[in-house]
Design a protein around this ligand. Structure first.
Ligand SMILES: Cc1cc2nc3c(=O)[nH]c(=O)nc-3n(C[C@H](O)[C@H](O)[C@H](O)COP(=O)(O)O)c2cc1C
Length: 280
């Protein structure tokens, strides 16, 4: 029994970090895999040290082990280590310096071009290609694959941050990476070792489970009060990290209110059309 005690403490600590001490969910099963997942935090400062040989391939094996819709495997990854390319990608992303800093930057591609090539090679019209459903499946597959890579990276001491800002200019990104039509970078991912303790940061609390988890029927009746409690928790986190928006609610207002917060991404439908996606 003694040997279980440290694991139990680790679980309690991990849950307290994730939710704050006042919103702990009931205790349940626990293991190292879950511990790695709950320890997630995005890191935006990296050491220059390269990742060990074979790491990229291991991350991709983890990514390829994710479920994929009908086994269509609608995604590709482009690993970027060339400093000049990373510099351009950082500029596209609004000068996010961690893209230049990290030793490995992986662009995750929703890739319908590979299956289009099968259509072309076999002279078979794929009636399913131009539909929103197919496009969504490609994006979902790419996201599931990437998240498996993130968990694998964390499990070997690496840190990551997703970069959705690749979608600020998907056409420029596609040109830089030489993507074929019907493929686009859904997001990038910085991979490397956190620069120092400050960069390593801390786990960012999430909404209490009482807001996101519903039983048998969706119920938002208590949401406002529960959100206020989360806002209080996030205010403490924001103060520690000198974040502009103190509460989560304020962050939502800032992010979703003004169109300028889309950083040009409101034009993405037109960009996708130029990249060969019809999306009916
Ligand atoms: C699809 C996606 C795109 C993101 N894009 C960016 C980005 O461009 N720059 C950035 O610094 N963080 C980005 N993030 C990280 C989020 O800001 C971060 O996950 C969120 O604030 C929660 O913090 P945590 O990951 O530390 O728990 C992105 C996350 C996701 C899932």
């Amino acid at each position: 029994m003694d040997s279980l005690a440290p694991a139990t403490n680790k679980k309690a600590d991990a849950l307290a970090q994730r939710y704050g001490a006042d919103a702990l969910p009931p205790a349940g099963p626990w293991n190292e895999t879950i511990a790695v997942m709950l320890d997630h935090r995005s890191v935006r400062g990296y050491k220059p040290d390269a990742v060990p040989p074979g790491t990229l391939e291991t991350l991709i094996a983890a990514a390829q082990s994710a479920a994929t819709s009908s086994n269509m495997q609608w995604w590709s990854a482009v690993a970027i280590t060339d400093p000049a390319k990373k510099k351009v990608l950082a500029e596209i992303a609004g000068n996010q310096k961690h893209i230049e800093q990290c030793p490995l930057y992986i662009c995750w591609v929703a890739d319908m071009s590979r299956n289009q090539r099968i259509s072309d090679d076999t002279r078979t019209d794929f009636e399913t290609m131009p539909w929103l459903e197919t496009f969504m499946v490609a994006c979902i597959d790419a996201a599931l694959a990437a998240q498996n890579a993130v968990v694998a990276a964390q499990s070997i001491g690496l840190r990551t941050v997703y970069i959705g800002a690749m979608r600020n200019d998907p056409i420029k990104v596609a040109e830089l990476l030489g993507l074929p039509p019907q493929s686009f970078v859904v997001f990038g991912l910085c991979v490397g070792y956190a620069a120092d303790d400050k960069a390593e940061g801390e786990v960012k609390p999430r909404l209490p489970q009482s807001i996101v988890l519903h039983h048998d029927r969706y119920d938002a009746a208590e949401e406002a009060a529960r959100r206020a409690a989360y806002d209080a928790e996030m205010t403490k986190f924001s103060a520690r990290h000198e974040l502009q928006a103190a509460t989560w609610t304020q962050r939502v207002l800032n992010r979703l209110g003004p169109i300028k917060s889309m950083n040009g991404r409101e034009t993405i439908r037109a960009s996708l059309k130029k990249l060969g996606f019809e999306i009916r």
